[in-house]
Design a protein around this ligand. Sequence first.
Ligand code: FMN
Ligand code: SF4
Length: 687
Amino acid sequence: MTDKMRFEKILEPGQIGKVRTKNRIVKTCGGAEDIGGRNRAFLEAIARGGTGLIIWGDVAVEHPRGITIPITKRYLSDDTNIPAFTKIAEVIHKHDCPAFMQLFHTGPQAMLTGDLQIISSSGLTENERVELLAPMAPRQLTISEIEDLVDKFANAAERAKKAGFDGVEVNAARMNLINSFLSRAWNKRQDRYGCASLENRSRFLVEIIREIKNRLGQDFPVITLINGIELRIDKGITVEEAQGFAAILQDTGVDAIHVRVFGYHGFDGLDASPKVTYYSEDTKPLPKELDWSRRGKGALSPLAAAVKKAVSIPVITVGGLEDPVVGERILREGKADFIGICKGLMADPEIARKTAEGRLDDIAYCPDCRDCARVLFSMVMTSEPVAIRCRLNAALGSDQDYEIRPAQKKKKVVVAGGGPAGMEAARVAAIRGHEVILYEKENRLGGLLPWVAMIKGPEADRDAMELADYLKNQITKLGVNIRLGQEFNPSLIPGINPDAVILATGGIPAVPDIPGINSGNVIHIDDLYHRMKDDLDLIEPAIMRGMSGYWESIGKNIVIIGGTIEGSGLAEFLVERCKDVTLVDEGNIWGDEPLLRSPSMRKVKTMPGIKYEKITDKGLIITTKEGKRRTIEADTIVTAASPRPDTGLLKAFEGRVPEIYLIGMDDKEPGSIMNAIGNGYWVARGI
Ligand SMILES: Cc1cc2nc3c(=O)[nH]c(=O)nc-3n(C[C@H](O)[C@H](O)[C@H](O)COP(=O)(O)O)c2cc1C
Ligand code: SF4
């Protein structure tokens, strides 16, 4: 079967209103994006990668009351942003890809301060407040305010068209303002916009769509994004209600319906990360309305399928659909007409092209690690602009062209170290046409990835081994000369004569200077790894993870010195093995937000901002934040300070090769996989 036949449905041209798409892959909106060069570079890469349609935005129709992250400046309540948005439409169109703008009003989710009040369909008391980020309970909109907002949506749509967008998507999902009318969990009104009937609840949305169509023409395409169900909340939208709304929307002239889910009370990540929901302990039992047969991939498709039964216009599904095999199946089963992908295209903007070329092995599959979503969260909380970043796609968040172009001069490049940083550097250098030799002193590639996979487990970091396999596969295909079991050292230089050497051998373990640090009850995290390394070479990390006997000798009470990624990860792992774990640091515990929110981490005692005094055979003596001296009793003390860059190694090579780079170690940022990959990528792009 040819690839065209294998992916017949996903590669089939589609139609949303008058807009034709070259295939059925839709980039759904990812609202952490800025509106400048960084975003244009990203959107251009997705358009060039063959995507059928890009929905961009989360553009607020009212500012500042309607925007979730004011710092992103994505609003169209006046003409200020039209020039920036015009450039966005232009880069997308350059690659024969249509562009839709998502319009929304955040309503009850707004992070407002000062005199501005948060608005919703109905006023809620502090007690009735659902789980909102917002700092106050919302007040009810008056009829004239509703009419004004209908006008604002239509004004914004006019501006979107002026900026060159081919259509708009009206976001009526999540906990946004429009959803607060659709959902009886929010809507307690008794007037014509009230909760008495589906017609009343959808009136605000219907008026918005009518007004957009009246102003821009009946043939101006409008998609509507709705919650196909609201979970874990009393009177939330049901599937049957969503079908009713869909039918009303079709009658109003909507051209396509994009169906998502929204969950409250611990389920708030479900719409963005169904795969994480599948693995998380917090989200059991899994909601039966969704399809969990593929571990979260395409979990939301039953909602699209239900809506599809109620309408004849196209239906878009979304959620963990970066694997074209899954997308194709959903389309073949008639559950949806378009496959929406957000994170998958952040990780690999070329999914569509690679699918068409049958290069499925070359797709960098997003593991749903959520590193990107953390940036979003941090922007909401701090209002500081941060470039969105991706664990796999180092180009994300930069304003440079994503295309890796051939180097002007072909060079001989030696990479020392076959971990993620080294393999990524080798991959990029080889794509650029360099002759690449990779040395790895162990007999396998992957560096610490098996250890990471074992510590984090298949639930949280199931991607580590897949990442190792992906990179191995890529560098092998690209013809990198891989020399396993060989350590690269300066004596090899004359024989090889490289133009550039990239040192990606990892850092040197940092040992904190505490009296008693060399006692028998202290072990460094690196030594723990080395103890199990040989076994990890032979036994799968998931199996090793289950071999709890391994950890008996370490004792029951453990103190981990170092609130680093490594320290926090180990703390979580050990607490899950019934150890009593205290994680201490003189500064912050890294991962306060991402890791420390995990259920297991709540069982770890964390003590940031303390002072280490001494290690004795009883444990670690500290001075607490409050200035009290105390002993934390421990059988074993593990040091997990961030490793230091191996500058000695760098010196040994200096002057012997024209170019030398030390990568994978950045003492300013935590040693995450994302930083390792990013470092390898950018260094290799510069050679
Ligand atoms: C960082 C980030 C930002 C997002 N912002 C928006 C947004 O502004 N509007 C929206 O409708 N969906 C937004 N989404 C949701 C995605 O469009 C998509 O529905 C979700 O990520 C699930 O699809 P995926 O598994 O392909 O990522 C966002 C998702 C992420 C990860
Ligand atoms: S950061 Fe992680 S979750 Fe986000 S797109 Fe990249 S790989 Fe996927």
